[in-house]
Design a protein around this ligand. Sequence first.
Ligand code: ADP
Length: 250
Amino acid sequence: MIPLISIKNASMGYEGKTVLSDLSLDIYEKDYVCIVGENGSGKTTLMKCLLGLIQPLSGKIEYGSGLKQNEIGYLPQKTVLQKDFPASVSEVVLSGCLNNRHTLFYSREQKNIAAKNMELTGIYPLRKKCFRELSGGQQQRALLSRALCATSKLLILDEPVTGLDPKATSDMYSLIKDLNRKGITIIMVSHDVTASVNNASKILHLSRSNYFYGSAHQYLHSDIGKKFMITSCPCDDCQHNRSSVKGAAK
Ligand code: ADP
């Protein structure tokens, strides 16, 4: 299988400063990858490279399956400006079609795509409301619909649940999982290691000196994963073994 994204011996950073060195990994279609790691470990720098906003200092990033960098849907971290955006929900969502816009007006096809994506995230009934009147969770779902207008293949999400209450957080995670089940590849930066392990198929843990990339199961059994996690591995095999051990001890 050809990877959707292949990072090959890439070093990333800024003029005179290497943040990530010699990173090599493959991301496949339908993967759900969570990027975790302490502040300053290079999560945002990696995302900027994936989006083509900065170039790797050395090595390369290859895109497969016909993916183009401008076909990546991106949900940036929430800013105060976004929260107070003076436009209707459907206008905010439609602006995600700008990548493919050739005229001053949105085409019928673009309007249909926006409507479909609002339906996918459950925000369609609120489309005529002013964006700033929505709750935090509703705003994130509108911005997710906007990101979907740029892609049907890959979403990059930067801490999409920051500032949301527990119910909105859990709804957002379910929605992202649903989109992944529908075939959209997810790359998500997260501070919530437990939720990452529960939801993602793969974990990329960046730290200053090295990195871990593997399945959520492998992560929980790795040295770096054990250091960061307090929860036990939720995979079926491990749960089964654990209950067998408990049963045997009775
Ligand atoms: P994270 O997202 O994991 O918190 P970042 O990728 O934002 O980490 O930052 C990694 C390192 O790169 C930090 O030391 C940060 O200060 C530095 N950095 C981030 N942006 C720039 C920039 N534009 N120019 C120079 N250094 C930067």
